[in-house]
Design a protein around this ligand. Structure first.
Ligand code: AMP
Length: 190
């Protein structure tokens, strides 16, 4: 089993690359952002709780997010492993993931970061907002808040995985194929 955390700021291309890895390595792709959006669409209780945070570009509280993630893993646990896309985003989430995977007799094998500079990110997200229908992609202030939240709350997770010797990074600028190749080289060795 191979479990990968795909890491990087909003707009780095995690979703696109997670789908490529899912297909190449037959992994289950779990995106907490997608799970939240599906819950909002279906107007579930969880979706209603999450919506106000997401619309502002803030993080959804840990207990809500962690519970949702665990349920998704339990539903899907019979593949070659998981690609976690957009999770963990806080140290409490990273610790909860370690504990939970340990209970399932597995672990995070590597975190791979997609490195993209901020100017490129905002442009990519504004462009995506024209077609994604996502409220949090449509407004430049919310996009900037999401990037700021990433640097304030999430980017420290690099140290968390580096301390465990599980941190890798690739250049996230280039064609989708080029970036997919860079990621595949790392995943093959995990
Ligand atoms: P994403 O699709 O990964 O960009 O996520 C969209 C939004 O969902 C984020 O801006 C957060 O509001 C929320 N979200 C997704 N994943 C998490 C997480 N792991 N922790 C807290 N909030 C999250």
């Amino acid at each position: 089993m191979t479990n990968i955390v795909l890491f990087g700021p909003p707009g780095a291309g995690k979703g696109t690359q997670a789908e490529r890895l899912r297909d190449s390595f037959k992994l289950n792709h779990i995106s907490t952002g997608d799970l939240f959006r599906n819950n909002i669409k279906d107007q579930t209780e969880l979706g209603n709780k999450a919506k106000a945070f997401i619309d502002k570009g803030e993080l959804v509280p840990d207990e809500v997010t962690i519970g949702m993630l665990k349920a998704a893993v339990k539903e899907d646990r019979y593949g070659n492993g998981f690609i976690f896309d957009g999770f963990p985003r806080t140290e409490a989430q990273a610790e909860a993931l370690d504990k939970f995977l340990f209970e399932l007799q597995t672990e995070v094998h590597g975190m791979i970061s997609l490195d993209v500079n901020d100017g490129v990110l905002v442009q990519r997200l504004l462009e995506r907002g024209k077609t994604s229908g996502r409220a949090d992609d449509a407004n430049e202030d919310i996009i900037r808040n999401r990037v700021a939240v990433y640097y304030k709350e999430t980017s420290i997770l690099k140290d968390y995985y580096q301390a465990k010797d599980k941190f890798y990074s690739v250049d996230g600028v280039g064609s989708i194929d080029q970036i997919a190749d860079r990621l595949a080289e790392i995943v093959k060795k995990l």
